[in-house]
Ligand binder design. Structure first.
Ligand code: UDX
Length: 435
């Protein structure tokens, strides 16, 4: 079937390429000229493992265009995957791009079709889009559906191609039939992923509830890590011990510097606002937001304490800038407040990230050294801080680090490195949740 995807960012590009892999004809609309030129030249404007290969493999069923009208012509489903950034000041999601896209699509349609929101949108947005569309095109029976995505950056293609479930909010049998065909490739054997058809509002809230719950789970283990440090316990073993309970499960229990990214911070804040406005405030998620913000602000203090309380004139190597490994995304990365505070306290920073350097440059203070690789960043450093869990950092031996560094302090905010080998080599290692 023919599908149009409005927006060629993280969500739209991955979703569109996967729909092409499902066998659909996909037209992706990208308004940004530079990004469109890159896509047309089959250069990926984002770092996502396997994406370039997937786009190349299904090239014949994928096309990129600036023309929304051309893309929606003949499409049975039009997906809206434009950004919903946090609105300045009040924490609400900014839906202006979503509404603009919905209206443009409605005006461009020449036949009844289903407009599907893939962007994460507050509860009730689908209904508002239905009103916008009905006013724009009273002559056309246009359906609106919600189809939130659950893909993780760095693992996006696997998550999309092997979903735990597909969630569809829609109000008519016709919309249901169209979306069932969109996802037939994963809903039928051998994958047989469950497809949950529900009301618009329920689908929209499932997305926020899922992200808020996962953010809460991470924040929980981060708090257990702080407690473990005080009582002499080990948070990795705590995570293992509780994760063996099938009701808890072992995933998303890796203590770290606090969550970042383009989703958890934005979606937890938006859910807090939605719940407050609905008169059912979610105090749990309000606390998750506050605890996580405090954690990201406190990472620098952990480094300063590890260096005896003063970093002025000290050289500190920072391994990893992105909000997590296997992405180039710097949005809400814990590295940003960490580097800013250490720089502000007079430290000399030497930083390296395998994918994030370009996106990090405009976000970090001017005086820092941008290094070509991890060992170069460690050269002459009094201390090393690991912020992002890139696998390549783990491959660097304690001996190589000993030869490169001037000092012997390692602050590992991801418990990534081989602590025993570092201790053996004479390093002082400060991990997370290691009492
Ligand atoms: C998240 C959701 O997982 C995904 O379903 C949704 O579609 C988008 O938001 P993403 O933000 O790409 O995906 O990254 P994710 O892997 O979920 O990590 C989110 C944050 O939590 C990162 O900062 C990560 O470092 C942190 N995290 C995650 C931990 O600190 N510990 C963990 O065990 C897992």
């Amino acid at each position: 079937m023919r599908i149009a995807m409005i927006g060629g960012g993280y969500v739209g590009l991955v979703s569109g390429a996967c729909f092409a892999a499902f066998g659909h004809e996909v037209a992706i609309v990208e308004a940004d000229a530079a990004r469109l030129a890159a896509l047309r030249a089959r250069r990926m404007p984002i770092y996502e493992p396997g994406l370039a290969e997937l786009v190349a493999e299904h090239d014949a069923r994928l096309r990129f265009t600036a023309s929304l009208a051309e893309a929606v012509a003949g499409a049975e489903a039009v997906f809206i995957a434009v950004g919903t950034p946090t609105r300045r000041g009040d924490g609400h999601a900014d839906l202006s791009y979503v509404f603009a896209a919905a209206e443009q699509v409605a005006r461009a349609l020449t036949a009844p079709t289903v407009i599907v929101t893939k962007s994460t949108v507050p509860v009730g947005t689908g209904r508002r889009i239905a009103r916008i569309v009905a006013e724009a095109r009273p002559d056309l029976a246009i359906e609106v559906a919600s189809n939130p995505e659950f893909l993780r950056e760095g693992n996006a293609i696997a998550d999309f191609m092997h979903p735990d479930r597909v969630v569809v909010g829609c109000e008519s049998a016709r919309a249901r039939e169209v979306l069932a065909r969109v996802y037939a490739a994963v809903a039928t054997p051998p994958l047989s992923a469950p497809v949950l058809f529900t009301r618009l509002e329920t689908a929209e809230l499932i997305k926020y509830a899922a992200n808020a719950f996962l953010a809460m789970k991470v924040t929980f283990i981060n708090e257990m890590a702080d407690l473990a440090e005080r009582v002499g316990a080990d948070v990795g073993e705590i995570a293992h011990g509780i994760g063996l309970d099938a009701r808890i499960g072992p995933r998303f229990l890796q203590a770290g510097p606090g969550f970042g990214g383009s989703c958890f911070p934005k979606d937890t804040l938006a859910l807090v606002r939605i719940a407050q406005e609905a008169g059912a405030p979610t105090r749990l998620i309000e606390t998750v937001v506050a605890v996580n913000d405090a954690r990201k602000a406190a990472n620098a203090a952990r480094v300063i304490a590890a260096m005896g309380g003063d970093v002025r004139g000290k050289t500190i190597a920072v391994w990893g800038l992105t909000f997590k490994a296997e992405t180039d995304d710097m949005r809400d990365s814990p590295a940003i407040p960490l580097v800013a505070r250490l720089d502000g306290d007079g430290a000399r920073l030497r930083v390296f990230d395998p994918q994030g350097m370009e996106q990090a440059r405009p976000l970090l203070p001017g005086r820092i050294e941008w290094c070509d690789d991890a060992l170069a960043a460690a050269r002459g450093a009094d201390a090393l801080v690991v912020v992002t869990e890139w696998k390549q950092f783990r491959d660097i031996s304690a001996a190589a680090l000993l030869a490169a560094m001037a000092g012997r302090v390692v602050v590992d905010l991801r418990n990534l490195l081989d602590e025993a080998a570092l201790l053996e080599a004479g390093f002082a290692v400060v991990g997370i949740g290691k009492g």
